[in-house]
Design a protein around this ligand. Structure first.
Ligand code: HEM
Length: 454
């Protein structure tokens, strides 16, 4: 249990992770071989100290302590630097707000993601996944990550804005998202905050992209304000939401911040899930054949309707298992407010606390044969022995993902559409490796698709 440290505390400093270099500490390892490093340090204790240049961060390796960090003691471990730096993009949206402001925004945003609403976006998913898969050239290699980022961006934008203006916004959003994501990660790596103020071409491009995106979103919000009837897209849901306590809705600026928050948190994460799932299905043809059989039985090989997703058991398990092996948001942080004792270790006030879902999901103490892609480990009779807090792909606690049902619906719709219509062929070349930067991406993942003989 973690408590604020009192003078009689016996809390000790956690052990230091091995092989720190002079000056850089563990910085080089985190840059060059981050995923290996994160797994190796598990052996050194439930909490280890990691030196990043002149500062010390605390890496939590134990799922019960992670639960305390994210749930039980969340109030004393607010979000870390990544999220503060996202403020230059997402303003005070749900992904950057903290404390009472965050709780209010979350209350306003959550209703837009309930099952009934995801049903509506399910139609968008089906339409765009079907069109995209139908357009793939026969047997030609496709680079999966950008392809799925483009699909997921279209789905997110059309789910946010179900109007003609939404169709026009897709291209702007597609251009903007990579610039913004990169801008946020570069800013997060510069604690001085100086780099973002320099008149570099990257900073000018970032500012111009932000202006362009704001203009497009503001136009759409203004057009919605002038409508007589509300629609049933995400933006309409955000506009009719009222705070139970104050009765207030969101201002135009808050709406814009929420739109950007959703774009930033949804497209890349879901695209990576679909990319990694195809990778594993390519390596496990037997699982792909079973997936095809399931889709044939449930939909007759057609792209699934939302209400059919509940019958696609294996498809769901494939998504879940993909997210275990390759959690897109695999490495996150919080910061300690006050000197805090966590599992008998002292975390000093202001320290950065790091944790990795990737490392936890591949811990042999939590998952049998952890590196193996085995969707059937999630069958009810087998999953009973998985420790519930071990699987955390969507986070836990006050900031737990609001888009889980949306992400499942999108990934399942797309995978089932592929399985119903296509066969899948890995392209020989260099082995595909997970690369951990802000998200967990495949090093180089191409795949060819052929139409299924009917
Ligand atoms: C497979 C895809 C996805 C994964 C793995 C994922 C994962 C996560 C995780 C781990 C968090 C918690 C971050 C933290 O604790 O600091 C989070 C938060 C969030 N996610 Fe997702 N996400 C996915 C898809 C989506 C989608 C599709 C949407 C929206 C359509 C979305 C919207 C959000 C939002 C708004 C938050 C912030 C919640 C808050 O702070 O209260 N995510 N996501």
């Amino acid at each position: 249990m973690s408590t604020t440290v009192n003078p009689s505390s016996t809390a000790v400093r956690p052990p230091r992770a091995p092989a720190a270099l002079p000056l850089v500490g563990h910085g080089l390892q985190l840059v060059r071989r981050r995923l290996e490093f994160l797994q190796e340090v598990r052996a050194h204790g439930p909490v280890v100290r990691v030196r990043l240049g002149p500062t010390t961060a605390y890496l939590v390796n134990d799922h019960t302590l992670l639960h305390q960090l994210l749930v039980t003691d969340a109030a004393r471990f607010p979000r870390g630097i990544h999220f503060q730096k996202a403020k230059s993009v997402a303003g005070n949206g749900i992904i950057t707000a903290s404390g009472a402001a965050h709780r209010r925004q979350r209350r306003l945003v959550l209703p837009a993601f309930n099952r009934k609403k995801v049903h509506v976006y399910g139609e968008v998913m089906r339409e765009f996944a079907a069109a995209r898969v139908a357009a793939w050239p026969e047997g030609e290699p496709i680079e999966l990550k950008p392809e799925f980022v483009s699909l997921a961006t279209t789905i997110a934008t059309k789910s946010l804005f179900a109007t003609e203006l939404g169709t026009a916004a897709v291209a702007t959003v597609e251009r903007a998202l990579p610039v913004l994501t990169r801008g946020v990660s570069l800013r997060a790596m510069d604690p001085t905050g100086l780099l973002e103020k320099l008149p570099t071409s990257a900073n000018r491009r970032f500012a111009a992209t932000m202006r362009e995106l704001h203009t497009v979103i503001d136009q759409i919000i203004a057009s919605y304000r002038g409508r007589e009837q509300s629609g049933d897209d995400l933006l309409s849901m955000f506009m009719i939401a009222r705070d139970e306590e104050t009765g207030e809705g969101m201002t135009d600026e808050q709406l814009r911040d929420e739109v950007i928050s959703i774009l930033l948190s949804s497209a890349e994460t879901t695209a990576l899930t679909m990319s990694w799932a195809c990778h594993e299905l390519g390596r496990n043809p037997e699982v792909f054949r079973r997936l095809q059989a399931e889709v044939d039985t449930v939909t007759g090989g057609e792209p699934p309707r939302y209400e059919q997703l509940s019958e696609l058991d294996l498809t769901r398990r494939i998504v879940k298992e993909t997210l275990r092996l390759y959690p897109p948001t695999y490495f996150l942080s919080r910061s300690a407010v006050g000197d805090i004792e966590l599992g008998g270790y002292l975390i000093p006030d202001g320290s950065t606390v790091l944790y990795s879902f990737y490392s936890q999901h591949r811990d042999p103490a939590l998952f049998r044969d952890p590196d193996r892609f085995d969707p059937d480990r999630w069958l009810p009779e087998r999953s009973a022995d998985v420790t519930p807090a071990a699987y955390v792909a969507f986070g836990e606690g006050a900031h737990r993902c609001v888009g889980e049902a949306f992400a499942y619906a999108e990934a399942m719709t797309t995978l089932a559409t592929i399985a119903g219509q296509r066969t899948l062929h890995p392209v020989p070349g260099r082995p595909v490796r997970p690369v951990g930067t802000v998200t967990l991406s495949p090093s180089d993942l191409k795949m060819a698709f052929r139409r299924r003989p009917r």
